[in-house]
Design a protein around this ligand. Structure first.
Ligand code: ZN
Length: 567
């Protein structure tokens, strides 16, 4: 097939990008006098991402597995270059120009460009920060730059079934042929050079490892880069049982803001966290017992929980592409292929060291502002992360399949647009309930008792900072206000917040009961009322949020373990 304007990501771009990455200034360099105001402003914007060394413990890995890991980091570097190309056709040229600019302002621009994977600030509604950059294209580089959304829609509508499924598929770009006609180009062709390079690194890693499920995934994924058929390798990713847990390829579709059809390249190269995985197993074994003790009408409890969706707790060695731009991912669910999900389910991967970095750089400073001095010492990562684990597990407990007026239905169907905020609030609050239950049973150390409620309170402000327009934020507002009203949380005269140990347990139990009961009843009206009255930012909360402007929004990781591996 002949196609004009087909991009060929070169090995040179991969190398250029890797070279740029290393000397990126970490933190804010001192302002030189010659700096213009724009450079100062740009550094201020970038500093909202706190520079953070991200490391992973590899002491359990023998030399051959470390070698495999190094090959995987190299494969992931290719995803960085591929994603850059997917975001905008002008990115490669602009990167090369920015990399040549030795001035302080030039360095600030390069830094911001690498952070955002393009010349637009993702935290600021894609405001451009490089002169001459056009508005960020909503079509990214997946569709011809001169095409309109209406033209693409009209063309897709004119296609037969097979052609249409190719055109709307995850793994094709839309380009113009020599006569200007639109055509779907498979990723294996569009990104041939880069994908064959990535496949070589995956095969080298497969040759180095002695872990059978890892080897099988890597070989299948390398083959998929050439065939565009990701099914087999997605299945093998679900079956991974190894100390190294790589996720690499085209996955999420958010960057295609026209249609959410096209998958962006990304990589999370990670190693399994043994302690957390063991803790997760222990919790999983207690789930039926927790369900049997939920504070709801026994008729609403599920006497036989189904098997749990797999969860992997890992530490990031290196992330790239769509997985490393702007705000960092804390956890993800994959794959997105409906067929794999039907047959094998999906897996949740939780990035523990990313979360610990966010905790240290964002949550601890928030606690200094939001909490009373006597509460601040109780904020602890162990409580934070254990609660997140429990949150994920609790999504599986409580009412799901319900009956309303004798009709079989689901909570999701009945709660409609209120479902996500209510379900997120449920997972949070019942997560606290479950941890308290396990503490009372002696299955979790009682030291958690002190820290979990206080850490949860500080973490509420972290979620609310992103606003209540999104399910997690709105769910968090419901909980904070409910617990204020029931006396479990108290606002002090100086505006700081405190946990009231005498009332917090009862408040948590009561809210768990209220939410799960409205879910069991499938009551849209009650859900709507809860959101209207409690899913709001009250003045005392807003006053704390207003004081958080100097606290970083997120982290900018420096992958020290990967740098060490590549030496
Ligand atoms: Zn959740």
């Amino acid at each position: 097939m002949r196609v004009v304007a087909m991009a060929v990501t070169s090995a040179a771009l991969v190398a250029a990008l890797a070279a740029c990455r290393a000397p990126v200034p970490s933190g804010m360099p001192a302002a030189a006098e010659s700096d213009d105001a724009a450079a100062v402003e740009l550094r201020r914007q970038s500093a909202r991402f706190a520079a953070t060394e991200l490391s992973a413990d590899l002491t359990d890995l023998p030399p051959n597995e470390r070698e495999a890991l190094a090959h995987l980091v190299r494969a992931a570097q290719v995803m960085d270059a591929l994603f850059l190309e997917q975001v905008w056709s002008g990115n490669e040229t602009m990167l090369q120009a920015l990399a040549k600019d030795e001035s302080a302002a030039g360095k600030a621009r390069l830094h911001a460009f690498l952070l955002n994977k393009g010349p637009w600030s993702r935290l600021d509604h894609n405001e451009p920060f490089v002169d001459g950059a056009p508005p960020k294209p909503a079509s990214a580089n997946y569709y011809p730059a001169d095409a309109t959304k209406a033209e693409i829609e009209g063309w897709i509508g004119s296609l037969g079934t097979d052609e249409r499924s190719r055109a709307t598929g995850f793994f094709t770009t839309i380009r113009r042929g020599p006569t200007g006609r639109l055509t779907a180009v498979p990723y294996s062709l569009e990104y041939q050079g880069a994908l064959s390079l990535a496949a070589q690194h995956l095969r080298a890693a497969a040759a180095a490892t002695t872990q059978p499920t890892l080897k099988a995934f890597l070989e299948a994924r390398a083959a998929a880069f050439a065939s565009d058929d990701y099914y087999d390798s997605d299945v093998k990713w679900m079956e991974l049982n190894s100390s190294i847990e790589p996720t690499i390829g085209p996955y999420e579709v958010y960057e295609d803001e026209w249609f959410n059809y096209k998958a962006a390249f990304e990589a999370f190269i990670t190693v399994k966290d043994r302690d957390a995985s063991e803790r997760l197993q222990k919790f999983a074994g207690a789930l039926q017992e927790i369900e049997n003790h939920l504070p709801i009408d026994p008729a609403y409890r599920n006497p036989a929980l189904g098997s749990m969706a797999p969860i992997a707790v890992v530490n990031t060695v290196f992330s790239a592409g769509d997985a490393n731009r702007g705000v960092q991912t804390a956890a993800f669910n994959l794959p997105n292929d409906e067929r794999v999900i039907r047959e094998k389910g999906s897996k949740r991967v939780m990035l523990k060291n990313n979360q610990e970095a966010k905790f240290q750089k964002v949550l601890v400073p928030i606690a200094q502002v939001a909490l009373a001095p006597s509460d601040r010492g109780a904020v602890a990562f162990d409580a934070f992360f254990t609660h997140i684990l429990m949150h994920e597990l609790m999504h599986g407990l409580g009412p799901h399949d319900i009956r309303v007026d004798g009709r079989a239905t689901t909570v999701r169907q009945e709660l409609k647009d209120t479902y996500s905020a209510i379900e997120e609030a449920k997972a949070d609050i019942s997560g606290l309930f479950a941890l308290q239950y396990l503490i009372d049973q002696g299955q979790i150390d009682s030291s958690m008792q002190q820290s979990m409620y206080t850490t949860f309170l500080a973490s509420a402000f972290r979620s609310l900072r992103f606003g209540i327009g999104e399910a997690h934020g709105r769910g968090q507002a419901i909980q904070l206000n409910y617990l204020l009203d029931s006396g479990g949380f108290v606002v002090n005269a100086d505006g700081t917040f405190t946990v009231n140990n005498d009332k917090i347990r009862d408040g948590v139990t009561a809210l768990t009961r209220d939410i799960m009961t409205l879910q069991a009843e499938g009551s849209y009206a009650k859900a709507q009322q809860m959101i209207d009255t409690l899913g709001v930012l009250r003045p005392q909360t807003q006053a704390v949020l207003d004081k958080l402007s100097s606290v970083p929004v997120d982290i900018e990781p420096r992958f020290v373990t990967a740098i060490e591996l590549l030496k």
